[in-house]
Structures are given as C-alpha cells and as structure tokens.
Design a protein around this ligand. Structure first.
Ligand SMILES: NC(=O)c1ccc[n+]([C@@H]2O[C@H](COP(=O)([O-])OP(=O)(O)OC[C@H]3O[C@@H](n4cnc5c(N)ncnc54)[C@H](O)[C@@H]3O)[C@@H](O)[C@H]2O)c1
Ligand SMILES: [Zn+2]
Length: 380
C-alpha cells in the first residue's frame, strides 16, 4: 500500500494537516470527501464552514447515556466551547426504527430547524443510517455530515449514501440513497470501542481485501489492533475501494456494488436465522466469507490455499470460523430463501472470488453445494 501522508501530529489544523487523510467520493454534484485522522473532529466546525454548511447544526447520537464513553469523547469531540444542540437516541439496532425516526422528525420540527440547517450523525452504523434517513426526508432533505465512531461505520456504512431504518418485517426495508456532504472519521473515538465491535469491523476490512486488494488482505491477515500506526492507512484503503465502487454504481443498479456483498448472502441468513442476537454483523459475515471462500474453490477454481488464507485472516482478527452447534442449519437454509437481494427468479446471486483480490458477482450455485458450505461451518 502507498502512504500518501504521515499521521503523527494530532494538533495540526485539519484542513491542510498531513495528519489527515482525504478520500474523495467523486459523485459529481453529490461529491464529498472522507477525512480520516487523529484529532480531526476538533476542526469539524471549520471543515463544515469550508464546505458551505450552515447552522443550525443538530447532532443525532447515542453516546450520551454511556458515561465511560462520554468522559473520553468529551475531550476529543468538537472545538473547545462548541456545544451543538443534540438529539439523543438509545444505543442499539432497535433505534433504527420508524418510531425513532418519527420522534426525531417531530423534534426537528418543534425546534424549527430550517432547510438550511445541517444534521451531524455521530456514532456507528445505526446512527448513520437513522440520522441519514432523517436528513434525507426532513423538509425533503437537509444537509448531513457523517461522523462514524465504529470501525464498521468508518470503513463501510458512512460512505456510499445508503440510509434507512428497519421494519418488523425485515432489516433496511425503508430508506433512501442520500449522500452526506462530508465524512469525518476521528480515530480517537475508537479508543472506547469494545474489542468485539472492533473485530466485527475488521471482517469488512478482510472483505475489501478479498474482493479488491491482495495487499490490503495480506496486511489485515497479519492481525490489526486499534493501536496499530497504520490503522488510518488501512481505513483509507477500504474507503477508497468503497468509494470507487459507489462512484461506478451509486444506486446499485449495476453489478459493481453487489461485490460488497461478498460473504453477506450466508452472513445475512445466519443473522436472520439467529434473530440478530447471537452474532454481530461482522461475525456473521466472517462465517459467510469462510463459506463463500470454499464455494469459490468448488465453483470458480479459487486455490484451496487461498481459501485457507481467508480462514487464517479471520481467526487472526478474533473472528469466528465455526457456527455455534445450537444454530439450526435448516433455519439458515430457510433464511437464504428470504434474502432481500434474491433475483426476480427467487434465486440467490453469489459473489465469489476468482483469486484473492478479484471478485465476480451474479453466480448461481446449486443447493447441494450451498448445503455443503454451510455444513463446513460446523467443522473446525
Ligand atoms: N448504510 C450502509 O451502507 C451500511 C453498511 C453496513 C452496515 N450498515 C448498518 O450499520 C449498522 C451496524 O453498525 P455498527 O456495527 O457501527 O453498530 P452500532 O451503530 O449499533 O454500534 C455498535 C455499538 O457500539 C456503540 N458505539 C459506537 N461507537 C462507539 C465507540 N467509539 N466506543 C464505544 N461504543 C461505541 C454503539 O452505541 C452501539 O452500542 C447496522 O444497522 C447495519 O445495517 C449500514
Ligand atoms: Zn457488511
């Protein structure tokens, strides 16, 4: 990987600091930048002003009930003395609901937030998706800024413009493509992230390596921790891969964006089959990538050795390779049939690897092979 900038001085101004890495998302009129670095949130006001974003600014976040996080974050969030009006949401996936959405809309209306205002989504993917959808639809759309604070949100959900909430009938069934005006990923916020959540984010990093960059794959296969000096560079590489795909296929009408679903067909089925309570998203995706790697061997001639490298990369980053024995394999198979992304013919379309770093979407796979891959997840 190349190192476009050195990130050693957290006190330098964010705008031209070598410490801050910038990835452009070149979407024409909807173009924006993803800024990644230590201490970059301290310049948020200036960064928003440079981009013509106006107040009133409203933060939507789930951190304020967490005292430990509050103590650490209040030293790193925003310029000294700046205290943006804030709307609090309880943490957890349950907040990605129509009820939370309706409450936030009403609160914005009661506060008379005008169309010229800006929403700041501060938190993980749940806050980004929820606050992003609020921004997409309040007064038919007001500006918003993503401030991702989980590794998963930094490398994945804050970039690309998918916003939305869940229905009782299923995840992400309501939403909009709505791009932020700016994404600011401050690595300082990761200091409070539980290790299990960090590992779950690394599953998506392994995914980017597997589908698009063998160099990134090799780096993450060695194991990544929150203290690693090249963490900003790793995040930058992931964001650049995602941005490249999103620019090609903003509204997921082509085949490019589907590549991001490597490991997600079985991963989503595992999440559905276990009621979203047993595994974090990244953990389910890790299992799905193990299965998809072997499907790639059987269907597309991926070298066995490369499937084994994927397994080693997952375990080196604290991710599961095996399903808990109590998870019902029939339920996973049934859940595969209910994937939101099945084709109009009701068949799953799979993303497979030709080699490490090269993926292909749109594969159909015979059911007995899929069963064999799921069976593999019950073995070491
Ligand atoms: N829009 C997209 O393109 C996209 C892509 C992938 C995932 N998603 C969505 O993202 C969501 C998952 O995101 P997530 O994994 O970030 O979960 P999350 O937002 O629920 O965060 C996980 C937990 O960590 C807490 N947290 C967040 N940052 C923290 C920090 N720095 N320190 C301590 N605790 C912290 C949160 O309060 C929460 O309890 C799902 O709803 C998924 O559907 C969206
Ligand atoms: Zn994912």
């Amino acid at each position: 990987m190349t190192t476009p900038a050195d990130e050693t001085n957290p006190d330098a101004p964010a705008t031209d600091a070598p410490a801050t890495r910038k990835v452009p998302v070149e979407l024409g009129l909807r173009a924006y930048e993803v800024l990644i670095g230590h201490g970059v949130l301290k310049q948020l006001g200036a960064l928003m002003e440079e981009r013509g974003l106006q107040g009133p600014f409203t933060v939507i976040t789930d951190y304020r009930g967490d005292h430990a996080r509050r103590e650490v974050w209040e030293k790193i969030l925003f310029e000294d003395g700046v205290d943006y009006p804030t709307l609090d949401v309880p943490p957890g996936e349950a907040s990605k609901s129509l009820e939370a959405y309706a409450r936030l809309m009403s609160e914005l209306a009661q506060r008379k937030v005008p169309r010229s205002g800006t929403i700041i989504a501060l938190g993980g993917g749940v806050m980004g998706d929820l606050a992003g959808f609020v921004a997409a639809s309040y007064l038919r759309g007001i500006a918003f800024v993503q401030v991702p604070t989980t590794l998963l949100a930094m490398v994945d959900s804050s970039v690309g413009g998918k916003t939305g909430v869940n229905l009782p009938e299923g995840k992400n069934l309501v939403g909009a493509f709505y791009q932020p005006k700016l994404v600011v990923a401050d690595l300082g916020t990761l200091r409070t992230l539980p290790g299990r959540e960090f590992s779950a984010g690394l599953a998506e990093v392994i995914k980017y390596g597997a589908i698009a960059s063998e160099g990134l794959f090799d780096r993450v296969a060695a194991g990544v921790t929150v203290e690693d000096e090249d963490l900003a560079e790793i995040i930058e590489t992931c964001v650049a891969i995602k941005a490249g795909i999103v620019v090609e296929d903003e509204f997921e009408t082509g085949t490019q964006r589907a590549l991001l679903n490597f490991g997600h067909t079985i991963g989503h089925a595992i999440e559905r089959a276990t009621g979203y309570t047993t595994y974090l998203h990244g953990e389910a995706i890790a299992l799905g990538m193990r299965a998809a790697a072997w499907l790639s061997v059987w269907q597309l001639g991926l070298l066995e050795e490369e499937a084994k490298r994927i397994e080693l990369a997952l375990s080196a980053n604290g991710l599961p390779l095996e399903l808990k024995p109590e998870v019902d394999r029939g339920a996973i198979l049934a859940a595969l049939g209910n994937d939101k992304k099945v084709g109009s013919d009701g068949k799953n379309r799979w993303v497979l690897l030709k080699e490490l770093g090269v993926a292909e979407s749109g594969w159909e796979i015979e059911e007995d092979l899929v069963e064999k891959a799921i069976g593999l997840l019950y073995t070491p």
